[in-house]
Design a protein around this ligand. Structure first.
Ligand SMILES: NC(=O)c1ccc[n+]([C@@H]2O[C@H](COP(=O)([O-])OP(=O)(O)OC[C@H]3O[C@@H](n4cnc5c(N)ncnc54)[C@H](OP(=O)(O)O)[C@@H]3O)[C@@H](O)[C@H]2O)c1
Length: 327
């Protein structure tokens, strides 16, 4: 049996992505095969396409794709939780831009009834990343002030909703006012336009005591500003480096305010840690999705053979929410 997939034919721009035929993967012990109905684009896929972010050893080296939604279509030995036909979504180490992918059954969760595949595929990376970073690592709790950067990003749109659902005061930044306006119905209480990487004064105008937790999706010069608008004992959780990996920061502020700066990645974690993040998501976020208290924000849905155009859209920074590929 074969399946269609999108392969990186050589390192380069969006035009190096091409639809290819590949053998269907077979599930090993504890794994299921998913007939993928939709996947979604991530910044890591763009880096992988450019040759700057190799896939982990247990994933196809040339098929990108970190998240999927679909139905179980084959079950390996020893599988206990899932059965043929179950509608599931979750994270994979790679290979998501394909009609079929195998995953450990415990790295998947059941999709709430009524959530279509094209919406469900927009959930795992955005919501698991935001939830794990803010709650598991940043210890965000109700009543806290949460600062979310790039509120129009996939992760940002999830973070704003989770912050509101937890009962936080949510402040956010974007480089354009229109994205701040679009984030208000998601639960953004106050928006600040980040102008030339400056936002600390604007955040303090809305939250004079400063942020308890910062979801730092931008990195670079943003971190120095974070230090200026984070309250004592606050946590800055570094998730993305869109503005760069190097910048001078004022360490005296870290000391004086007794701040914590935490770094996190999902893809490189061992399976057990990914499963732990998935279980926390299943227990704490899936019920919110099922009740409609949070929902994926989908910017665009495209077909598998439009993967190049989907990458170009993400790189343009024009989007709001997730870019989804039908498989
Ligand atoms: N650590 C992990 O495990 C993990 C998992 C998922 C994602 N991430 C990271 O999280 C970040 C967000 O991912 P995503 O998929 O949600 O992104 P996305 O949907 O592609 O959105 C990114 C947004 O960031 C803003 N932006 C881009 N470059 C910027 C810059 N130089 N300065 C300030 N803002 C900039 C843009 O919004 P504006 O137009 O408003 O500026 C853009 O729309 C990325 O860095 C990604 O790599 C990390």
């Amino acid at each position: 049996m074969t399946m269609r997939a999108v392969a990186i034919t050589k390192p380069g721009g969006p035009d190096v992505l091409a639809v290819v035929e590949r053998p269907s993967p077979e599930p090993s012990r504890g794994e299921v095969r998913v007939r993928v109905r939709a996947t979604a684009i991530n910044r890591a896929d763009l880096l992988q396409r450019m040759g700057a972010y190799p896939a982990p050893a247990d994933s196809p080296p040339d098929i990108p794709g970190l998240e999927i939604a679909g139905e179980v279509d084959a079950v390996g030995p020893g599988v206990e939780r899932l059965k043929l036909g179950d509608r599931v979504f979750g994270l994979v180490g790679g290979g998501g831009y394909a009609e079929q992918v195998v995953s450990h059954e415990r790295a998947l969760a059941k999709i709430p009834d009524g959530l279509p595949f094209e919406q469900a595929a927009a959930v795992p990376e955005a919501f698991i990343t935001a939830h794990d970073a803010m709650v598991a690592q940043g210890q965000l709790a109700g009543g806290d002030t949460l600062l979310v950067h790039a509120v129009g990003s996939g992760v940002g749109t999830a973070a704003v909703q989770l912050g509101k659902a937890l009962g936080c005061f949510v402040v956010g930044t974007a480089r354009t006012p229109d994205k701040l306006e679009r984030a208000k119905p998601l639960g953004l209480h106050a928006g600040v336009v980040a102008d030339a990487n400056k936002f600390a004064d604007g955040v303090r105008a809305h939250a004079p005591d400063g942020a308890t937790v910062v979801l730092e999706l931008v990195g670079g010069g943003y971190v120095d500003e974070d230090l200026r608008c984070t309250r004592p004992l606050g946590r800055i959780v570094l998730v993305g480096l869109l503005a760069g990996a190097r910048h001078e920061i004022d360490l005296a502020l870290v000391l004086r305010k007794r701040l914590r700066i935490l770094g996190t990645v999902l893809r490189a974690r061992p399976l057990e840690e990914k499963i732990a993040a998935m279980r926390a998501f299943e227990a704490q976020v899936v019920p919110l999705l099922a009740r409609g208290l949070v929902a994926p924000v989908v910017d665009t849905v495209m077909d598998l053979d439009q993967a190049g155009a989907a990458h170009a859209r993400m790189a343009s920074n024009a989007g709001f929410g997730k870019i989804v590929l039908r498989c």
